[in-house]
Design a binder for this molecule. Sequence first.
Ligand code: CO
Length: 205
Amino acid sequence: MRSLQQLFENNRTWAADMTRQDPEFFRRLSTQQSPHYLWIGCSDSRVPANQVVGLVPGEMFVHRNVANVVVHTDLNCLSAIQFAVDVLRVDHIIVCGHYSCGGILAALQDNKLGLIENWLRHVQDVRAKHRAELDALETEEKQHARLCELNAIEQVTNLSRTTVVRDAWSRGQAVAVHGWIYDLSDGLLRDLDVTVASELEVERK
Ligand code: CO
């Protein structure tokens, strides 16, 4: 109970497998990381960032929080973005939402869950902004799915308005911000087609 022995055993098996496939793997990774992608996704245990896009350690910088929210005053998220853009110089930032998101459902239903309600307030702001579109959908299931999409799209806009991304663009650094959604029921990703790669594209939205 105290030692979580199984997890350590899994870890030794995994490390041995990786070393068998590539004897230099850990030695190389321990000296540097040069990922091309920053992933901002939900904390949901069913959406493991690297696995769903088939990337090994070292290939993607990851930040996750409940309902994949990018808040302008969230120093944690902003620091991850700043480090990824300014230091690691990633080419792409992906905000990935997912259908059946519990955080989004709680925001939609106004559930009483304690402290987290304050965090999900940001998703409720997205809901309020798109209330007419959501109300026009006939079932709560459809509203839930659409709010999962709208929330990811909104975070792309928030990201593209951060000083970090705007400063990168203004100095000519190429970095594209994408909005994706992951479907738990079939394991597939879908591009929400809201990619922005310049200040001009943000203004057009
Ligand atoms: Co979620």
